[in-house]
Design a protein around this ligand. Sequence first.
Ligand SMILES: Cc1ncc(COP(=O)(O)O)c(C=O)c1O
Length: 452
Amino acid sequence: MSTSGDEHARWRARDLAALWHPCSQMQEHRDGAPLITIRRGQGAWIEDVSGKRYLDAISSWWTNLFGHAHPRIAAAIGRQASELEQVILAGFGHPPAIELAERLLSVAPPGLGKAFFADNGSAAVEVALKMSFHAHRNQGRSRDLFVALENGYHGETLGALAVTDIPLYREIYAPLMMQPLFAPSPDAYLRGDDESAEDCALRAAEGLSRLFEQHDGRIAALILEPLVQCAGGMRMYHPAYLRAARALCDRHGVFLIADEIAVGFGRTGTLFACEQAGITPDLMCLSKGLTGGFLPLAVTLVRDALYEAFLDSSRERGFLHSHSYTGNPIACAAALEVLNLFADEDVIARNRELASRLAQASHAIAEMPQVAESRQTGMIVAFELTPDGSRHSSYPSAERRGRRAYHAALERSVLLRPLGDVLYWMPPYCLQQDELDQLADVTRHAIAVACA
Ligand SMILES: Cc1ncc(COP(=O)(O)O)c(C=O)c1O
């Protein structure tokens, strides 16, 4: 008779024989690191082939918004799949893409007027970089530099990785890539002992200003993650930085690209993070939560003036960029249902209450001796682990404390996926109080194990 453990072992063996997993050192799995075969998801939970369940505290790489297998999104996908599954978007359109573009533009920061679809976050960033460079060219300016923030992350394709500042992902490919200018991060974790988060942000903005002065007339665009540098360790910053960056971009004729791929769709407490600074970027990249975590889809929203810079009788002055599955109808139908859910269930207001419960639940963890900082922006909570609980120290990275926490949490049925030594919660919005209690208990346990 086969047991559920045998079942899991069989899948694990087949997985190891055939799959190469993303962002992974496969040798660790060959040496026995967990490799878990998931067969279904429901609400905030995913379930493996042996029936063991895991609380998905990271929304499956920050994609899921309303829970796994949400019936309304699943039904919308089913309806669309039997109507029109895919069609070329050049020279053709379809109702879901048209309606989605209209509705995104109606809820986005005011002033964004056109939607260009792609099929993953990195591609939306590539679109934004190429568009901003090309728009300057079309208007007779030769600007070949990009500015990005230290500790920022924008994806893995060569352009998006070039404007990323995380050495673990970037360094090996550096010889292949364009070299942007990196401006100081406004990250409030780096504030001086007597400095407020706002002063720290404004100090970083002065660094940005100096960079703009030095390279005046050569910078095409500034790209940043508004309010939270997610892959860089859920590092958070004051909205004053965004206002200062907007003003500097205006002064120097630099396009501002807001990469809201991770922070969009309510993660920071507002539908889009830029709202908290009251700014409108020139280009805004969205993906991940766009389809509620069901299907790959991305979009770059742009101002009309930028779009108009491409209108011409010459073909070459058009934006000749495409991906085969750009604006896929099924993915657009999922995204439309996501927007329906935001409207029907007043999600942003409901999330305010969940955000305050997340804050409550984080208090006991914040007091642990190795937690240097517990921080929160909306629905994102992060805990920074250091040996003595001070912001001025860190564990040697070879000790892989975060990794230890990951294993300890998995054993207790919670999926946390620390970024270095930063543990964080970015749960689906359907998280219930008993699930949050379990998440907080397991996080405390995982930190205790990791820091022992
Ligand atoms: C801020 C940000 N930009 C871009 C990306 C890349 O998106 P994708 O993984 O869909 O290519 C990510 C992914 O985590 C992200 O967090």
